[in-house]
Design a binder for this molecule. Structure first.
Ligand code: NAP
Length: 235
């Protein structure tokens, strides 16, 4: 069975994606901070017959990342697909943001992706692999109150294009899934203030289906970016 490593798998998009991949016959390597949620997910997925291994890991702590990823892969196997999905948001005026918050957001949304790729991609080289980085249409827009998030996702999209260029000679493909608003727990986190219509947003299942679609593309082609937006509303 192919293996996917998914970050941010305890809830939201990552959890729905893990469920869909397991039902499609993938083995899973899962990362998030919430160990109880990962444990429950692995129990819930046991009827699928997929191997589900997980590590609790705080991606805001740079020194913890490579040992945890390497340990997880040693227990399982090198993934064919890496989905860098974990992410955080913060709303407020750019210049009212503390340096500490700025560094936290950039670490989780951008630098941790660089770190996870640094651990995983060299192991994928020459046998082939796909990296999917979950970006946002905030990467292409300037949304008031979402400045740091916009900057982090713009940089993530640029990182992905540069990685794809450098790694194509090693048979590694890298792409972004660029999303409009999705109805997930992100909108309930205390750092996000908004009154958007949750019902008009994309669903977690819509996004999981697109991630599986990307993972199933033949290795001789790459979808460099797939943009998925709600058809109604202002997202
Ligand atoms: P979510 O429901 O808040 O889930 C976020 C996931 O990231 C959780 O599993 C969380 O796990 C994990 N995470 C957060 N901080 C972490 C940390 N420090 N270390 C490790 N894991 C951490 O958000 P979501 O909507 O599913 O977001 C998934 C991705 O989609 C993000 O990259 C987000 O930017 C992107 N996106 C979302 C939307 C949207 O409207 N929802 C739109 C565009 C793009 P723990 O809390 O257990 O650590």
């Amino acid at each position: 069975m192919p293996t996917a490593l998914i970050t941010g798998a305890s809830r939201g998009l990552g959890k729905s994606t893990a469920k869909l991949f397991a039902s499609a016959g993938w083995d899973l390597l899962l990362i998030a901070r919430d160990e109880d949620a990962l444990d429950q997910l692995s129990i819930d997925l046991s009827p699928t017959g997929s191997s589900v291994l997980y590590r609790p890991l705080d991606l805001s702590k740079p020194n913890l990342i490579s040992p945890a990823i390497e340990d997880l892969i040693n227990d399982g196997q090198v993934p064919e697909v890496l989905i860098n999905n974990a992410g955080v948001a913060w709303t407020g005026d750019l210049l009212s943001m503390s340096l500490e918050k700025w560094e936290w957001l950039m670490q989780v949304n951008l630098t941790s992706v660089f770190q996870v790729c640094s651990s995983v991609v060299p192991l994928m080289r020459n046998k082939g692999g796909l990296i999917v980085n979950v970006s946002s249409h905030a990467s292409r827009n300037a949304f008031s109150q979402w400045g740091a998030y916009c900057v982090s996702k713009a940089a993530l999209s640029s990182f992905t294009k540069c990685l794809a260029e450098e790694e194509r000679k090693h048979l590694i493909r890298a792409c972004t899934l660029t999303l409009g608003a999705v109805n997930t727990s992100l909108w309930d986190t205390e750092t996000v203030q908004s009154n958007f219509d949750r019902e008009a947003m994309l669903s977690e299942d819509d996004v999981a289906a697109e991630l599986l679609h990307l993972a199933q593309q033949p290795s001789h082609l790459v979808v460099e970016d797939l943009t998925l937006m709600p058809a109604v509303g202002k997202f």
